[in-house]
Design a binder for this molecule. Structure first.
Ligand SMILES: C[S@@+](CC[C@H](N)C(=O)[O-])C[C@H]1O[C@@H](n2cnc3c(N)ncnc32)[C@H](O)[C@@H]1O
Length: 275
């Protein structure tokens, strides 16, 4: 009697890094923002990028498409996403572009040379440093990896909703049989330490799920704390970029410097620090 072959669920066939890239990242938008923030400060174009916590280094790969002088360096501790990026993203670049991407499997707190024009730490990754001492040390090293005229770019999230527990935000990424949705869960938040747990799951059309494909335990930093630490680390200025709104309160997709903003239940913004 021949054993019946069990059909694999869509979750079993899925690639968690591919799902992550489609749900969370927007490398074209990121590099466009880096150029804008650099131009706002120095009225010039940057050429060198270091992407800390680079994971699959999609931002590094996008950066080198913007011009032949552009080079990028991605730094991450984990060989798994680095290998995935090499196989699925770097390999799709033209050889002349790929040769300008350098990857280091290292701790972001290591100094590298040459220094860079833009140092990016995206998707809240620096929140894994949970004490002032640790974050200050990271900012000091990051600053030392930057050129004389340079910026550091970080993203931040916040708002009252972000302190709720067991809250799930769902987003349909692709519709239909091959579609999936992205679930961002705030698992728990400790108001005493500001430590928080988050997870990312993906749900597929057949009902199967990649449960907790990514999990994070972070310190929920505030903008004010981060800016104070940046100043302490030696950065001369820092700006907050908030998404611009039109007269009807609709987001325009443009990011502008702001020192005051509306207290929405949840928001995203950038902090840009000048060396
Ligand atoms: C939230 S993921 C961010 C991936 C990517 N930057 C993005 O924007 O989606 C955090 C990454 O930081 C890496 N990481 C954690 N601690 C690190 C450290 N001390 N030095 C270098 N990489 C680290 C992890 O391996 C992981 O790939």
């Amino acid at each position: 009697m021949c054993a019946q072959k069990k059909r694999r669920s869509l979750a079993e066939k899925a690639d968690k890094y591919k799902c992550y890239l489609k749900s969370v990242q927007s490398p074209e938008h990121e590099v466009e923002f880096f150029d804008k923030a650099f131009k706002d400060e120095f009225h010039a174009k940057p050429t060198t990028l270091r992407e800390d916590f680079c994971g699959t280094f999609s931002v590094c790969c996008e950066w080198v498409k913007l011009g032949r002088q552009r080079t990028s360096l991605g730094v991450d501790l984990d060989p798994e996403p680095l290998a995935w990026g090499e196989k699925h993203i770097l390999s799709k670049l033209q050889p002349s572009q790929a040769s300008r991407v350098r990857i280091l499997e290292k701790d972001v707190r290591e100094k590298t040379r040459p220094t860079v024009d833009v140092l990016a730490a995206q998707n809240f990754s620096f929140w894994l440093f949970k004490t002032r001492k640790e974050l200050l040390e990271y900012f000091r090293v990051a600053r030392s990896n930057m050129s004389r005229q340079s910026i550091m770019v970080m993203d931040m999230m916040g708002g009252g909703d972000c302190y709720a527990e067991n809250m799930v935000e769902k987003k349909v990424i692709k519709k239909g049989k091959k579609g999936f949705s992205y679930h961002w869960k705030q698992v728990q938040f400790n108001p005493v330490t500001h430590e928080a747990d988050f997870s990312i799951s993906f749900k597929f059309a057949d009902g199967s799920k990649l449960q907790d494909a990514f999990q994070y335990n972070w310190r929920f930093w505030t903008i004010a704390e981060v800016r104070e630490l940046l100043e302490e680390a030696g950065f001369t200025k820092s700006y907050v970029y908030w998404e611009e709104e039109d007269e009807d309160g609709e987001e325009t997709g443009a990011w502008i410097r702001a020192e005051q903003a509306e207290s929405y239940p949840s928001w995203l913004c950038y902090i840009v620090a000048v060396k």
